[in-house]
Design a protein around this ligand. Structure first.
Ligand code: ADE
Length: 520
């Protein structure tokens, strides 16, 4: 069962707190911890969190949610962080769970004060002793029997049959309100918290993709179809990183997913973070290649725009009259799932939740280099041996770019021979769910790379394309091509006209496409 379902009872505590007034306090800091992210070794899974400024007359508290493993007799923290205004937590300097009742072995405590959730305790209070049994019970008359029956059986039964479903319905309605309904002016069963005022009337229609951080929905806003990426509370950091990247100068670019805005929906443990962007019906390159093959011009168009998008992301652009300074940015999770196919078959780059900004003269600030998707990790990342410099991070993106070029070529109809089913890079070598060790063994020790069929090389354009991918995934990071070089090469290729499988006629005067531009 997910922690989200298990913490449901605690959500009511948060809701309860929203209606209670109190003096404003200064900014509160709480210890932050997210077990899911820590298990996956993700950066930012623990640390210190500054609680979002509370509204006037609302307090911020800290909380701990933990699980008790009765077999191992040990507690495991599930979540730690900020918790908005709840009377339960008022004036409690220590985080103590007093309930003796271990509901699904989940425990919760909250407290008042900076970092008060660093430590937590379970201090079960004895439940009230049952009233002494009277020696002689008077025999009740029939009326009394009906009343007793009502109190002991009918009312609890009614609560179970009607009250609980109603409470659950209220909760679902609140939840689905964010997911499926255009906010209306009709009162909802539970009061809408004030942070929701002024939100765009967005109707979530269907889930298009599920990623590391939440789900991407196809949605409607007025007459426009848009995409909404919904980040659960524990992935707030990725939501923040992603909007920070989108808000950089020069990021409104045709080869970068178009950003529309962000919203925070809900409160406390129910909070969700939305990222609103353009919607592309064809979906990700990965999904597209699973269902379709691509012609030579289509492949070139996708590859060129994808490389141009990566080049733009990697580029440092000085401020000009129209726009400010854009620092270089590394994507750090480049893969075919994070490349979207637009209606005109060009591509744009998406998903900047792990991206890293390089401000000149400042250390890149990353503490954990081994992030991203294992399958696409460059050998130096798998080995845990990266230099924390801008160029190292850009070269790691280029390794992944080589794998995406291979995915494209594997589904290109220009190859001589039957086109196989879509396969992920290294699917043949390590299967569908490789461990880090599987990837290390294949990529670092055996120096394997996705297999390039002889038949691909029979076509001169595809021959050059294969050379390009091989130069992207070079074991030696410094030998890898840059995004601008890949873009130039593919642009040259696509401008060339293919007559037959052995002759290429160039439509302009650029040098031969099979020449290696080693200076690039
Ligand atoms: N999958 C992920 N992001 C998407 C988007 N913006 N449009 C369509 N499909 C997507």
């Amino acid at each position: 069962m997910s922690a989200y379902v298990t913490i449901l009872p605690y959500l009511f505590l948060g809701l309860l707190g929203m209606t209670l007034g109190h003096d404003i306090k200064g900014s509160t800091h709480c210890e932050f911890y997210n077990s899911t992210r820590c298990i996956e070794n993700e950066e930012g899974c623990s640390g210190r969190e500054e609680c979002a400024p509370s509204e006037p007359d609302k307090r911020n508290h800290c909380f701990v949610l933990w699980k008790y493993d009765s077999a191992l007799k040990e507690s495991k923290i599930v979540l730690k962080g900020c918790f908005l205004d709840s009377k339960e937590c008022y004036d409690k300097p220590h985080c103590v769970e007093k309930s003796a009742d271990r509901k699904q072995q989940m425990f919760f405590c909250c407290c008042d004060g900076n970092m008060c959730n660093q430590n937590y305790t379970w201090d079960p209070q004895p439940t009230e002793p049952p009233p002494p049994v009277k020696e002689i019970e008077p025999v009740p008359n029939p009326d009394q029997q009906v009343i007793t029956l009502l109190i002991t059986i009918a009312i609890p039964a009614l609560f179970v049959m009607v009250g609980l479903p109603l409470m659950f319905w209220c909760y679902r309605r609140r939840k689905l309100g964010y997911f499926n309904e255009v906010p209306t002016l009709e009162p909802l069963p539970l009061p809408q918290p004030s942070p929701n005022l002024g939100l765009r009337p967005i109707q979530l229609l269907e889930i298009k993709a599920r990623g590391r951080f939440g789900a991407v929905w196809k949605a409607q806003f007025k007459n426009d179809v848009i995409a909404v990426k919904v980040f659960p509370m524990q992935d707030k950091q990725s939501w923040q990183t992603e909007q920070e990247i989108f808000k950089l100068a020069h990021m409104d670019h045709e080869d970068i997913l178009h950003y529309i805005g962000v919203e925070k929906r809900g409160d406390n443990l129910q909070a969700e973070f939305w990222l609103i962007t353009a919607y592309h019906e064809k979906g990700s390159l990965c999904d597209y290649l699973k269902a379709n093959v691509v012609s030579w011009p289509e492949m070139c168009r996708i590859a060129e725009s994808m490389a141009r998008g990566l080049m733009h992301l990697h580029e440092e652009i000085p401020a000009n009259k129209a726009d400010g300074y854009k620092p270089a940015v590394a994507h750090r999770d480049f893969k075919s799932k994070n490349v979207l196919i637009k209606a005109d078959m060009s591509a744009c780059i998406a998903d900047f939740g792990l991206a890293l900004i390089f401000q000149p003269g400042r250390p890149c600030g990353d503490t954990h280099g081994q992030v991203g998707t294992r399958r696409y990790m460059a050998p130096e990342v798998l080995e845990g041996a990266i230099n924390f410099t801008r160029d190292s991070f850009l070269r790691i993106d280029m390794y992944a770019c080589g794998l995406v070029l291979w995915e494209l070529a594997s589904r290109c109809t220009i190859q001589d021979g039957p086109i196989g089913e879509y396969r992920l890079p290294f699917e043949e070598e390590v299967g569908l769910h490789p461990t880090l060790e599987d990837m290390q063994e294949s990529v670092v020790h055996k120096k394997e790379r996705p297999f390039i069929l002889e038949t691909w090389r029979k076509h001169p354009g595809l021959f050059a394309f294969c050379d390009t991918m091989e130069e992207c995934w070079d074991h030696d990071a410094e030998a890898r091509l840059s995004a601008s070089c890949v873009m130039e090469r593919v642009a040259t290729l696509s401008r060339s006209l293919v007559l037959n499988s052995s002759t290429l006629i160039r439509v302009d005067n650029t040098e031969s496409i099979t020449t290696k531009e080693s200076s690039m």
